[in-house]
Structure formats: C-alpha cells, structure tokens
Design a protein around this ligand. Structure first.
Ligand SMILES: Nc1nc2c(ncn2[C@@H]2O[C@H](COP(=O)(O)OP(=O)(O)O)[C@@H](O)[C@H]2O)c(=O)[nH]1
Ligand SMILES: [Mg+2]
Ligand SMILES: [Zn+2]
Length: 239
C-alpha cells in the first residue's frame, strides 16, 4: 500500500522535520491509539529499526521459519519504494503488507494505523513493523510499539551507538546482526555493547546471524516471552 495522499498533505513539503513539535504531538496521539488497540486485541507489537541493509528482512524471514507455527504473526514493512521486502516475507509463509512511504525516510504512527486497517488482525498475537532503514529519525517516531528492537550489523562498525544515541536510548533490544562475519571484520561485540549500555543501561543485547542461525533461539525465546507477557497482561486487565 502507498501512504494516503491526505497524510502526505498534512505533513506538507517537509520530508523529515522531526523537530516539529506539532508533528510529533500528532504522531504521539495516534501512537497512543495504536497502543490501546494492541492492548484490546492482545497483540505484541515490535518495531524493528536499523540502518539500510543491516538484516531486518532476513531476521524476519528467519524468525517466521522458527516460530510462525507457534504464534500467529504478521508483518508491516516500510520502505521508500517497492514491495520487495513484503514479497520476501510472504515467501516465508507469513502475511506481510508493504507501506510505501513515497520518499519519506521513516514510518509515522498514522501510516501504521492506516496499514492496520488493511490487514486482518483477528487472532494475530505478534505483529512486526519493519521500519525504514535509517538510524536517525525513526528514533523520534513512536509507533505505539511494545518494544523497539535495533539491529546493529557487524559490517557497520562498532562505534554507532554513541553516534546515533537516540535510537539506542529508545530501544529495548540491540541485535548485533551478521555475527557470522565477525572473524573477518574489526568489530568488537564487547565495545558495541559497552557503548550501547553507556547510552542506555537497560538495553538487552543478543548476537545473531541469519546465515548460520546463531542467536536465533535466544531471540525467538525473547519474542515468545513477550507474547506470553501480553497474553497475561490482557487477561489480568479483563478480570
Ligand atoms: N553475512 C550475512 N549477511 C546477511 C545476514 N543477514 C542479512 N544479510 C545480507 O545483508 C543484506 C541486507 O539484508 P536485508 O535483510 O535485506 O536487510 P534490511 O535492509 O535491514 O532489511 C542482504 O544481502 C542479506 O543477504 C547475516 O546474518 N549474515
Ligand atoms: Mg528490509
Ligand atoms: Zn525521516
């Protein structure tokens, strides 16, 4: 799907003015509505962010292979153009809807809300948002997610958490991706973990590889625990 023209008009010609107070306020209002909707429908919503090419789509394909028989999952995937990532995810047997932002370099809550109206959410317990590949402005847009997960690929260099602190500050989990390439790269998992925790002492870290499967069990276990957490939270709320 493409972003509704009226949403684009509301944003005016500004492509990515995340300093605009009103824009962020409007975003937060919609994000809160998404959060309420997810609570009512007992859906665990995970926002996946990273630079372009860090392995988000691959991670989702590999995740689908491992847990889609245990939990009903779907994916909303944002890109500036093309439906390619949604097609890749669908090949793993999981329904995916592409949000084509038409040049906008992040997802906003309104885009996610519109996409949610076009996808059947009945029975879904785990919904992923693959954000646009960009470590800067997606950090400023709350999408109503329960958890934010940022991939940090070994090919990107281990100095990024302090260069893009807001993304790591607002994330619950850092996945050090492409760990299979560690033997060939001057990348220290210890250094990147230290930098990320200097920015955000609470951030969890798992080392993963979509190629060898390293860390995928730990990642899937983390996800399944979050799904269970949401089930319990909604049961408690309805008592
Ligand atoms: N070596 C290696 N390459 C990977 C891994 N995960 C993804 N890639 C490759 O990295 C490129 C970008 O991956 P993609 O999943 O499209 O990243 P995205 O842009 O963040 O969605 C592709 O060529 C993938 O095959 C991994 O764990 N190890
Ligand atoms: Mg992708
Ligand atoms: Zn942006």
């Amino acid at each position: 799907m493409s972003v509704d023209k009226s949403t684009k008009a509301a944003r005016g010609s500004v492509q990515c003015d995340n300093s605009s107070f009103n824009l962020l306020k409007a975003n937060d209002f919609v994000a809160e509505n998404i959060r309420k909707k997810m609570a009512e429908q007992r859906i665990m919503l995970i926002n996946i962010t990273s630079s372009a090419g860090s392995g988000k789509t691959t991670l989702l394909q590999e995740t689908a292979k491992r847990i889609s028989d245990q939990v009903k999952m779907k994916v909303l995937v944002g890109d500036l153009e093309t439906e390619r990532d949604a097609d890749r995810i669908k090949e793993s047997g999981v329904e995916a809807l592409q949000i084509v932002t038409g040049g906008i370099c992040h997802l906003e809550a309104q885009m996610v809300w519109q996409a949610m109206e076009q996808i059947e959410l009945d029975g879904v317990e785990l919904l992923f948002i693959e954000n646009v590949g960009n470590l800067v402005c997606p950090a400023s847009f709350d999408l109503g997610e329960d958890y934010r997960v940022t991939l940090m690929a070994t090919t990107e260099g281990d100095d990024k958490p302090k260069k893009y602190p807001r993304m790591f500050l607002t994330s619950d989990m850092m996945l050090v991706s492409k760990s299979d390439l560690l033997p060939y790269l001057p990348f220290s998992v210890e250094a990147v973990t230290k930098d990320a925790r200097d920015v955000n002492a609470e951030i969890e870290v798992i080392q993963v590889s979509g190629l060898t499967g390293e860390g995928m069990d730990a990642w899937c276990e983390w996800l399944m625990n979050k799904v269970r957490e949401k089930r319990v939270a909604s049961e408690t709320a309805t008592i």
